[in-house]
Design a protein. Structure first.
Length: 93
């Protein structure tokens, strides 16, 4: 388990990358980063409240949040795949 400081540092890295898409991304990346940022903010706050300071737990929460949204047909199937792909790249950072 990471410390809360290590966890917050990793969260900051992902947030900066999401913000980078806003500044330098394509229209598609801008859309996807905005979509992911909403889910990311929610799952980070849930993880902090639960005192789960592990990126693996955050990743599991994020994937569950996305899949719930996909089941509710929030995005077209092609956009779902792109959103998951972007999340996977962000989570590996």
């Amino acid at each position: 388990m990471q410390t809360v400081t290590e966890f917050e540092q990793q969260v900051d890295i992902i947030e900066r990358k999401l913000e980078g898409y806003v500044e330098h991304g394509t229209d598609e990346e801008l859309f996807l980063s905005g979509y992911l940022h909403g889910h990311f903010s929610l799952v980070v706050s849930q993880a902090l409240l639960a005192k789960e300071y592990a990126m693996s737990a955050l990743d599991a929460r994020m994937r569950a949040s996305l899949h719930n949204a996909f089941d509710a047909k929030e995005l077209e199937q092609a956009d779902q795949a792109l959103a998951l792909s972007m999340w996977e790249r962000l989570a590996q950072s």
